[in-house]
Design a protein around this ligand. Structure first.
Ligand code: PBG
Length: 324
């Protein structure tokens, strides 16, 4: 029925009726908070391009995780910044590395919280690439061994989920086998299944000091122009045994979030990355946008597109805003 019989504005007349017809809700249950951890004690180093985010030591990370848990955030994902980098990213799979220490500290402080770890080498290699480099090439199959060692080191320290973000072919199945062989068949894998070679990672690379020393990541991360390839990547990771699929970045790739949602029955995560966070803050600092409203609207958009959970630096702030 066209106008004047149809008047969609009837259902927008009051907040009460808007509440009744609202289709999508975000809650703190949707959020995973990324934390950067470096060695030491009592460290709280502000990250210039990510206001309100810090590089923390295991003890202060445990405090931050506790605070996030107390406002309703169910999970954190940990990124390590080691004090020593080398060609093979040795500190990524050291049992006494900064991530195993942080896992133990957080699990001890807040045992109910889910501790996920990012599994990648770029924060640990001196060349900043996500794998073993030979003559300028990132070697796929050699890298798998190191990623499996890293995942195992995290799980042995108490990580309850691992999230490989390197984009090597076959790493989900390889890590799955490695975990199963050691008796960790119950630990789920959240695969960065569809990860684009994105300029939106800029602030993260400052925070983690993980910018590649030469070249870029376009031989392993996806071309932003490709959607069919995203469907293939998601399917491959599902076949290799991923428990949760992820699309990253989130905001500029909502079409991909929707497409993967329609293709799979697995839970779907989307990563609102550092650049998305930094841009909202920068515009708000200039008084050009309302930060709280843009934060909640951007998260709502990601959920509406089909994400079941969102990795976001806003997690504690959004949880607090939702409780108001
Ligand atoms: C590690 C990794 C990156 C991000 C998550 N895991 C950086 C990259 O691929 O360069 C980016 C997250 C963000 O920008 O918030 N490979």
């Amino acid at each position: 029925m066209p106008f004047p019989e149809s008047r969609p504005r009837r259902l927008r007349k009051s907040e009460a009726i808007r509440r009744l017809v609202r289709e999508t809700l975000i809650t703190p249950d949707d959020f995973i908070w990324p934390l950067f951890v470096e060695p030491g004690e009592g460290v709280n180093r502000p990250i210039a391009s990510m206001p309100g985010q810090f590089r923390r030591s295991p003890d202060t990370a445990a405090q931050a995780a506790t605070d996030a848990w107390n406002v309703g955030v169910p999970a954190v994902i940990l990124f390590g910044v080691p004090n020593h980098k080398d060609a093979l990213g040795t500190r990524a799979y050291a049992p006494d590395g900064v991530i195993p220490q942080a896992i133990k500290a957080i699990r001890n402080a807040v045992p109910e919280m889910l501790v996920i770890t990012d599994v990648c080498l770029c924060e640990y290699t001196d060349h900043g690439h996500c794998g073993v480099v030979d003559k300028g090439d990132v070697l796929n199959d050699d890298t798998l061994e190191l990623l499996a060692k890293e995942a195992l080191a995290h799980v042995k320290a108490g990580a309850q989920m691992v999230a490989p973000s390197d984009m090597m072919d076959g790493r989900v199945g390889f890590i799955r086998d490695a975990l199963d062989e050691e008796g960790y068949e119950h630990v789920p894998i959240m695969a960065y299944a569809v990860k684009y070679a994105s300029a939106f990672y800029g602030p993260f690379r400052d925070a983690a000091e993980s910018a590649p020393a030469f070249g870029d990541r376009r031989t392993y991360q996806m071309d932003p122009a490709n959607a069919n390839e995203a469907a293939r990547e998601a399917l491959l990771d599902e076949e290799e045994g991923a428990d949760i699929l992820m699309v990253k970045p989130a905001g500029p790739y909502l079409d991909i979030v929707r497409m993967v949602r329609e293709q799979t029955d697995l839970p779907l995560a989307a990563y609102q990355v550092s650049g998305e966070f930094a841009m909202a803050h920068a515009a708000a600092e200039r008084g050009w946008i309302d930060l709280e409203r843009v934060m909640l609207e951007s998260l709502l958009g990601i959920k509406r597109a089909g994400a079941d959970m969102i990795l976001t630096y806003f997690a504690p702030e959004a949880a607090k805003a939702l409780a108001r």
